[in-house]
Design a protein around this ligand. Structure first.
Ligand code: AR6
Length: 195
């Protein structure tokens, strides 16, 4: 667990300013830009991103597509992985992984990580997909994000490092809490001796 956790980081800031090989965009199905992190990424990558994305034919919710970083290549961001998170209409009292939205959000992480693996991307940063305009409950989303990233890293050498890029200290605290409680759970499981 500890060794794997060295491959997972949490930071607070603007994802377009990070020194990573690839960043993830919380896009919409058109892939033609929008507000929030999508708007910030399109502004930072420049008009060639929109031009390129017009040729992609959009992207269904839960899937992901990779593009060059365009103007972001100048600061080292070679790729952008665009994924479309679900709009939350769910029942927050349902157990985790049980709503349609949970499954779609998990798929965003899985599809993005699979593309990162195929392209041997070493360092990758995610925003908190769906937790802005799309209204996904933040703690629930962080549990899905961390659970899937952690599991994927146990199976694959790429990406070597994943950063959860949060836009506020409060959002980062949610991730820290999720990771801490998972760590405690893993430790307590190790203490249980098998018969
Ligand atoms: N860097 C890192 N995180 C950011 C940044 C940034 N520059 N800007 C916002 N966030 P959202 P969604 C955080 O709304 O919920 C767009 O219009 C933000 O605080 O960007 O998946 C798309 O076109 C929040 O925690 O994405 C879609 O129509 C997280 O990023 C729709 O919004 C996601 O918030 C997608 O909604």
């Amino acid at each position: 667990m500890i060794e794997l956790l060295n491959r997972i980081h949490i930071c607070v800031g603007d994802i377009t300013q990070l020194t990573v090989d690839a960043i993830v965009n919380a896009a919409n199905e058109s892939l033609l830009g929008g507000g929030g992190v999508d708007g910030a990424i399109h502004r930072a990558a420049g008009p060639r991103l929109l031009e390129h994305n017009r040729t992609l034919g959009g992207c269904p919710t839960g899937l992901a597509k990779i593009t060059p970083g365009f103007d972001l290549v100048a600061i080292g961001i070679k790729h952008i992985i665009h994924t479309v998170g679900p709009v939350w209409h769910g029942d927050a009292s349902a157990s985790l992984s049980n709503t349609h939205e949970d499954v779609l959000l998990a798929s965003c992480y899985h599809q993005t990580l699979t593309l990162a693996l195929e392209h041997e991307i070493k360092t990758l940063a995610f925003p908190a997909i769906s937790t802005g305009v799309y209204g996904f409950p933040k703690e629930r989303a962080a549990k899905i994000a961390f659970g899937h990233v952690y599991h994927f890293l146990t199976q694959h050498p790429f990406p070597q490092q994943v950063t959860f890029c949060c836009f506020s200290q409060e959002d980062a605290a949610v991730y820290h809490q999720v990771i801490e409680s998972r760590n405690e759970w893993m430790t307590s499981r190790k203490r249980v001796q098998p018969f």
